[in-house]
Design a binder for this molecule. Structure first.
Ligand code: ADP
Ligand code: MG
Length: 729
């Protein structure tokens, strides 16, 4: 029996998982997190004070304090049954990394003790030479190290009855180049903080800190683990490279917000409970548009914490899934013909005085502050659309962007009818009529009508990659498997730069004797005129928009290898260096790593396609063909006329035609790969993989394989079919 049928049988005879989840969340919430409240209990006054200042200001801790904190951390975690610790970090491979060490060690005289000191807390040297580094460590220094990031709290990961203390860290080379997602993100957030506070101080001198906030919405598929294991493509690529569409896909739209299947519901409750222990504030769960697709979202948090929580959750979801004999797929396009998955990044900024800078204010003055941040966001996206596009580029996301289900690769901004009108008014009014007597701001009573209007779902545009949704922007083009740090690093850097320039312009007008409010409005007016071509209220999926965007000169780069070019332009170097986020060497290294990732992903998929074609598809098709031939021969032998086996002959012939196509295309695919592999330059190689391997052969090969799936006897087919993957619960 093929793996396909044993998996189906196993699914049919499975017993329900007896999971009794928590009945209340609050007692659970954050129980495995070394919060400041816990720290208060376990640390001396001195250590506690240092830690909390370090968290609030990003100031480095000194070694003696680190020792005290390490002792407190060990005491806390041992009380909870922890035996090992690890530096937890987010390497550029896109998942999380950890290397466990025990507290247990031997003294020089052989006595066994449990130990964890400041040195072990602060720094660790993973033997990480195999993490991608884009040549950085080779060029600069042999190894990298992980360094404790106190801004993100330590936590305990519970898995298979083992408990590990995880110390969030950044991963850097000895010469200081960042090798992970987190280090540049922290720098970008600091740059934003500085620029944003300066601008806030025009309106409120009490503001001393601005934090960017992020609320992500994670989409994912869940399928039966046994069935997933019977699909080598899912195992190795996270997506199906072949598979004929089932009769029922998502056309009935009966899955969206439908009731959650029991088995999945149990799984959700289980991973949610684990998430709560880690302080991840999950709030919503629901079905998504495609069958087998779901979404979860937390309450928003400061960006760096939200990023940690998202990567942690993805890790948890994978582990918990296997407790339920399920497999979770984060790939952007696991199945052809039905929707893929994204990860909307809801983004805003908030002040230490508790103001959401993208929420329209209640008075004209706070409205002007809102308008300032709103318009600056639009200008940032307008000026650096190419960088945002690069930040979300990946082999997986290429399947989504540009297909008619996700925002296009053209970055535009949706603001809604009402704000579009407000922008228009500011633009025209300030230009000709505005003077000191005519306090235009006072007449822009946006504070009265915006809240109801924008929070109303009807004024939403689901096709825009960057949409204003009442009190935040929603960056929708991020891929479901991505680490949001990438998008967030870029978004916050371009915002930091834009605000910095805004401040310069306003200041120079003020120096020339202009009144502050007028200087601000005039600059905003200029920005609106400058960036309004990025605003688009219509259907982002439509052909008309593609034409219109071209006319407007908006960039539209549909594939990753070329989208990544934006990372290493002079413009990119300048902005990332100016804001202390990436050095030139780091940018080039990252560019290289992203290209390499793209190449490898396409390479693996191409290999898997070749393997499946030759070892699964062709053999079963030939076998079935032989059965038909036997049948035909038998019918001939008993003397039946040709019309009695005409159908069999026709199927034999059709199978033959597709078989040849499958073989020829698989063969040509291998040859194309060989040619691409010889290319030295990474970018050229990535483009070759994209255009000469993927674009040329993937679809055509798939077409013929899927035709065979329709022709060949169901019992012979070894790969679980779409209807099983999507509907077997
Ligand atoms: P939807 O977009 O599905 O209609 P909501 O508008 O309620 O849902 O919110 C979506 C996400 O936006 C949630 O994760 C929420 O936490 C987040 N969010 C709300 N306010 C902010 C904010 N100020 N900054 C960042 N994220 C936010
Ligand atoms: Mg949303």
């Amino acid at each position: 029996m093929s793996l396909r049928f044993s998996a189906i049988n196993a699914n049919l005879s499975k017993s329900d998982i007896n999971y009794i989840g928590p009945t209340k969340i609050t007692p659970l919430f954050g129980e495995n997190v070394f919060t400041l409240k816990v720290a208060r209990e376990y640390l001396s006054d001195e250590a506690y004070k240092s830690l909390s200042t370090s968290i609030n200001t990003g100031k480095k801790l000194d070694r003696s304090v680190a020792n005290q904190i390490a002792i407190g951390l060990r005491a806390w975690s041992e009380n909870k049954g922890v035996t090992h610790f690890t530096h937890w970090f987010q390497p550029l491979t896109g998942t999380t990394a950890e290397k466990h060490d025990s507290f247990f060690t031997l003294k020089s005289d052989g006595t066994a003790i449990e130990e964890f000191d400041g040195a072990a807390l602060v720094q660790q040297e993973p033997d990480a030479s195999s993490f991608p580094n884009g040549g950085l460590r080779a060029t600069f220094e042999a190894r990298g190290y992980t360094a404790w990031d106190p801004s993100s709290p330590a936590f305990i990961m519970e898995m298979c009855n083992g408990k590990t203390l995880c110390i969030p860290t950044i991963f850097i080379s000895y010469t200081g180049e960042s090798l992970d997602y987190k280090a540049p993100l922290l720098k970008a957030l600091e740059a934003l903080n500085k620029s944003a506070v300066d601008v806030c101080n025009y309106f409120d001198k009490n503001i001393t800190k601005v934090s960017a906030t992020l609320g992500w919405e994670q989409e994912y598929f869940v399928i039966d683990e046994g069935l997933a294991n019977a699909r080598p493509d899912i195992m190795q690529c996270g997506r199906t490279v072949f598979g004929a569409s089932p009769a029922k896909g998502q056309q009935l739209e009966d899955h969206y917000f439908g009731s959650i299947p029991d088995r999945i519901y149990t799984y959700m409750r289980d991973f949610e409970a684990e998430a709560y222990k880690l302080g991840i504030p999950l709030r919503t769960r629901h079905n998504e548009v495609a069958p087998g697709q779901f979404e979860c979202a937390p309450i928003f948090e400061e960006v760096s914490v939200a990023v940690d929580h998202n990567t942690l959750l993805m890790d948890l979801m994978e582990r918990v899934a296997s407790r339920h004999q399920l497999k979770v797929l984060f790939h952007e396009k696991p199945f052809d013909g039905i929707n893929g998955s994204g990860k909307h990044n809801n983004w805003s900024m908030s002040t230490d005085t508790g103001v959401n800078l993208l929420a329209p204010g209640k008075t004209p003055k706070t409205n002007l502050m809102f308008l300032t941040f709103f318009v600056n966001s639009i200008k940032a996206v307008h000026d650096y659309a190419d960088l945002l596009r690069a930040a979300i580029a990946s082999a997986g996301n290429d399947h989504r962007l540009g297909a008619n289900e996700a925002p296009p690769a053209i970055i535009s901004v949706f603001v809604g009818q009402y704000l579009a009108k407000v922008l228009e008014e500011v633009e025209t009014r300030v230009g000709d009529k505005f003077d000191e007597q005519d306090e235009a701001i006072l007449k822009l009573d946006i504070h009265k009508s915006i809240p109801e209007l924008l929070l109303d779902n009807t004024d939403r545009n689901r096709t825009s990659p960057f949409a204003f949704t009442g009190n935040k922007f929603e960056f929708r083009a991020v891929g479901s498997s991505a680490n949001c740090a990438n998008a967030m690093t870029t978004l916050n850097t371009i915002m930091a730069e834009t605000l910095k320039n805004f401040k310069h312009e306003v200041d120079s007008l003020i120096e020339k004797g202009e009144k502050k409010e007028i200087a601000i409005l005039q600059t905003l007016q200029k920005y609106i005129t400058h960036s309004k071509k990025v605003l688009f209220e219509g259907d982002g999926y439509s052909e008309a928009w593609h034409k219109e965007a071209k006319k407007r000169g908006l960039p539209n780069v549909p594939t990753t290898p070329k989208a990544l070019d934006a990372m290493v332009t002079d413009k990119a170097k300048k902005i990332f260096e100016n804001n202390g986020v990436f050095t030139l060497a780091e940018l080039e290294a990252r560019h290289d790593i992203e290209l390499e990732k793209f190449i490898k992903k396409v390479q693996i998929e191409a290999r898997v396609m070749g393997d499946l074609a030759l070892n699964h598809i062709i053999p079963v098709a030939v076998k079935y063909q032989n059965e038909l031939l036997n049948n035909i021969n038998g019918l001939k032998q008993i003397g039946l006329p040709a019309k009695n086996y005409a159908v069999q002959l026709k199927i034999v012939e059709e199978i033959s035609n597709h078989l040849q196509q499958v073989y020829n295309n698989a063969d040509a695919l291998v040859e194309a790969r060989k040619v691409a592999n010889k290319i030295e330059d990474t970018r050229t190689k990535a483009i070759a993989y994209d255009t000469d391997v993927k674009a040329k052969y993937f679809e055509i090969l798939r077409y013929h394989v899927d035709k065979l799936e329709h022709l060949v006897c169901n019992n012979e087919w070894t790969l679980p079919k779409y209807r099983e993957l999507l509907f077997v619960k």
